[in-house]
Design a protein around this ligand. Structure first.
Ligand SMILES: C[S@@+](CC[C@H](N)C(=O)[O-])C[C@H]1O[C@@H](n2cnc3c(N)ncnc32)[C@H](O)[C@@H]1O
Length: 295
């Protein structure tokens, strides 16, 4: 039977993380830090550049695991997307936090960094439109062509809406190994021919970034599903390459893979963690581009 997250996501943990007060507090914090619009524009421009550029003008975009603050969906809007569908396994989006994400960004950064991938004047006009929104609501997003669909488990079935572009940041490492291939296959099904998906994946132990590799030594018997979801699924670079290369009707390439030297590795790596060499274990961040073949 195919694993789906709806069946295996532990309810008590889910409830803990979707408490409205916690969502609001976390969203407000993120909107002023890592989800500021200028920071997200820079991240997006970086991977688009490494991927050789891809115009979003008039396109339909899908973000998976969009989280608390939909700043990357706004970046797709700035780049001229006609429709942006932000999805998540759990409903944690807090619309008004976007107000800070937009207001506190340095306005020249999104404009200048996105200009190589879209018309500069149009990016500027769209940015001004965002700035004119005094307090973001879901309706404001809908007016920009952005919709939020959650909860939805795309490992269980495809979205069923053809899309041209798919993006995720810090999501795939939280997907249990058993669900990863079904999820990616479903995403490729949703992609139009010549469509592209970009996934940025963070491979460190999310419980302790100072000891980012210790979790690789934890025996599988002490590493339950909830650890895969919150600490990371422990897949290493080579396994990610294998999984992406298995996708039918699509070609994948590694945009970047960063190796972190310094922190120690555990003296014994758990046998469930497959790897080829030390660099494989020490790779902490990867970016993958997948292009759906023309039919
Ligand atoms: C670390 S957060 C990143 C959120 C957002 N991408 C960002 O950069 O702020 C991980 C996100 O992945 C979502 N997620 C976890 N497992 C998922 C899955 N199987 N399918 C879709 N989203 C998932 C979580 O609900 C959460 O929103």
């Amino acid at each position: 039977m195919q694993a789906t997250l709806g069946k295996i996501f532990p309810k008590s943990i889910k409830e803990r993380f979707v408490h409205p007060f916690l969502i609001r507090r976390k969203a407000a914090f993120l909107a002023r830090t890592s989800k500021r619009l200028d920071i997200c524009a820079a991240q997006f421009a970086h991977v688009l550049h490494l991927a050789g550029g891809f115009s979003l003008k008039g396109k339909t975009c899908l973000e998976i695991g969009s989280g608390w603050v939909l700043s990357h969906a706004l970046v797709c809007y700035l780049l001229g997307a006609r429709r942006v569908i932000a999805t998540d396994l759990q409903r944690i989006f807090f619309p008004s936090a976007l107000t800070f994400a937009v207001r506190e960004s340095i306005e020249s950064i999104p404009r200048d960094l996105l200009a190589p991938f879209a018309d500069y004047s149009e990016v500027r006009d769209r940015f001004n439109r965002l700035r004119s929104i005094t307090k973001f609501t879901e309706k404001d997003l809908n007016d920009l062509g952005i919709e939020y669909i959650s909860p939805v488990d795309l490992a269980a079935k495809p979205l069923g809406i053809p899309v041209d572009f798919i993006y995720s940041l810090s999501v795939l490492e939280h997907v249990p190994k058993a669900c990863l291939e079904p999820l990616l296959e479903n995403l490729v099904r949703d992609l139009n021919p010549n469509g592209m998906m970009l996934h940025c994946v963070h491979l460190e132990d999310h419980q302790d970034f100072e000891k980012p590799f210790d979790f690789l030594g934890v025996p599988a018997s002490n590493y339950p599903l909830k650890s895969e979801i919150y600490r990371g699924n422990r897949l290493r670079l080579t396994e990610w390459k294998n999984i992406f290369n298995k996708l039918k009707t699509a070609d994948s390439s590694m945009l970047y893979s960063y190796v972190r030297n310094g922190p120690s590795l555990p003296s014994k790596i758990d046998p469930s963690v497959r790897y080829t060499d030390e660099n494989d274990l020490r790779t902490t961040h990867i970016g993958v581009a997948t292009r759906k073949m023309a039919s």
